[in-house]
Design a protein around this ligand. Structure first.
Ligand code: ZN
Length: 453
């Protein structure tokens, strides 16, 4: 397919009248600067599509259910988690697939070309595995296949209910495996993913220091030595206290002291860090997996963004709880939280530089790294993960870096007209090809689930 862009963001900056040709292999076959009008599609602006580095798709269906204050005490991440467990306890495999397909559709329509699904819902509500250990991994894979999103599946290891090794309880039973069974689940997941296109990847994710004992993290780190390796770290202050009490170290400090945390690692949230931890994580090459909309919704706290970027840290963004699925708003919330913290403006930009450009370039690079995906740039040979924006759909100026500032700060997802994932042209005119059918199925599932809660 030949895509003609009036302006395009190339590795060396903005260019006018660019023709990008995608090949049958899902990669970019050529990039040329040409006024030649022959093209299959002409778009006002073409960019590499972002990768969403952290998602739990099933949580999309409980978005908005927890915005009422409880009768006693303080609402928090922990009270939200109680409802999340109750919610997931009623979901069937068919429903999990329908919700995932809907969430993936929304991600594509928001301008994400790919997603890392942090998949921890493995078993039946009783805690017993399904006949096929990979039943629910298969449902996530089926949803990805149906929507055409690029998938990095992260099977999640979840073994304990806390650092004291307590057993899993309630909704957590659907997550649990000992190490042997988890390794079997990884093998089964690998088989399942063979049905998906060539750009599919698998990584591993020990859930958190609460849920994965140190010896299990060490074993998993060796299991797939080059694959993306993600875990939740330092999201909540209570978690910092628990890790400090059990190990004498803070979570990020403990990880850095005990493992070779490097570029294939992605620490999700990394919200609460000392200056020393911030600096060490930035210098490690690991990606900080920021989920600003969810972190704001859950009241987690504010990431040390300014110091982390000054030290050369890598970051990407994820939609996490999927309370909202939006690429531009994740970047806006990231910058605004830093402005509120530091009482300044344009705090994440380089001196003299554009905020939108810094955020987009950073999230492209970090997202690509976290997913193990060869995307993130419009250049020959890269995966054709592309997004087209129409500046007429937002208030900003829409030229060069002003396009990114305009989209992120003055617009929303309606600016996204077309999205390609590894060359699959799945969003056209702002809508996913199969939106109607996927949304109808999701609405039916949601109504049924609400009746059973
Ligand atoms: Zn998460």
């Amino acid at each position: 397919m030949r895509i003609k862009a009036e302006q395009a963001l190339l590795p060396d900056g903005w260019a006018q009248d660019v023709v990008v040709e995608t090949g049958a292999d899902g990669r970019i076959a050529s990039v040329s600067k040409s006024a030649d009008p022959a093209a299959d599609i002409t778009v006002p602006a073409l960019l590499p599509a972002l990768s969403n580095l952290h998602s739990h798709t099933f949580q999309r269906a409980m978005a908005g259910l927890t915005e009422t204050r409880g009768p006693e005490g303080r609402d928090s991440f922990w009270t939200w988690r109680v409802l999340m467990y109750r919610f997931l306890d009623v979901l069937t495999p068919d429903e999990i697939e329908a919700i995932a397909a809907f969430a993936f559709t929304e991600m594509l329509e928001a301008g994400f070309g790919a997603v890392a699904e942090f998949h921890y819902l493995h078993h039946a509500p009783s805690g017993l595995p399904y006949d096929d250990l990979g039943e629910l991994a298969g449902r996530i894979a089926a949803a990805a296949g149906q929507t055409g999103i690029g998938l990095t599946l992260l099977p999640v290891h979840y073994r304990t209910g806390g650092l004291d090794g307590r057993a899993l309880a309630g909704g957590q039973r659907r997550f649990g495996n000992d190490l042997d069974r988890f390794v079997k689940l990884v093998e089964r997941s690998r088989e399942i993913l063979k049905a998906l296109p060539f750009d599919t990847h698998m990584g591993l994710a020990p859930h958190s220091l609460r849920a994965a004992p140190a010896e299990d993290i060490a074993a998993l780190e060796k299991l797939l030595p080059d694959a993306p390796f993600h875990l939740h770290a330092a999201e909540q202050e209570a978690e910092i206290e628990e890790v400090l009490a059990a190990t004498g170290r803070r979570p990020v400090e403990w990880l850095m002291d005990n493992f070779e945390v490097g570029p294939r690692w992605c620490l999700i949230h990394a919200t609460h860090m000392t200056g020393e931890e911030t600096s060490r994580l930035a210098r490690s090459g690991a990606v900080a997996g920021l989920c600003p909309v969810t972190e704001g919704n859950l009241g987690d706290g504010i990431f040390e963004g300014v110091a982390f970027l000054e030290e050369g840290g890598h970051f990407g963004v994820g939609s996490d709880s999927n309370i909202r699925i939006t690429a531009g708003e994740e970047l806006r919330q990231l910058e605004y939280s830093q402005r509120l913290k530091h009482k300044g403006r344009a705090v994440l930009a380089e001196p003299g530089g554009s905020v939108g450009r810094r955020l987009y370039d950073g999230a492209l690079k970090g997202g690509t790294r976290a997913l193990g995906r060869e995307s993130g740039a419009i250049r020959e040979g890269a995966l054709a993960d592309l997004v087209a924006l129409d500046p007429a759909r937002f208030a900003g100026s829409g030229k060069d870096d002003g396009l990114l500032n305009g989209w992120i700060f003055t617009g929303d997802d309606r600016a996204v007209t077309d999205v390609w994932s590894a060359g699959r042209h799945v969003v056209m005119g702002g809508r996913h090809l199969y939106r109607d059918a996927i949304a109808a199925r999701y609405r039916a599932v949601l109504a049924d689930v609400m009746g059973r809660l």
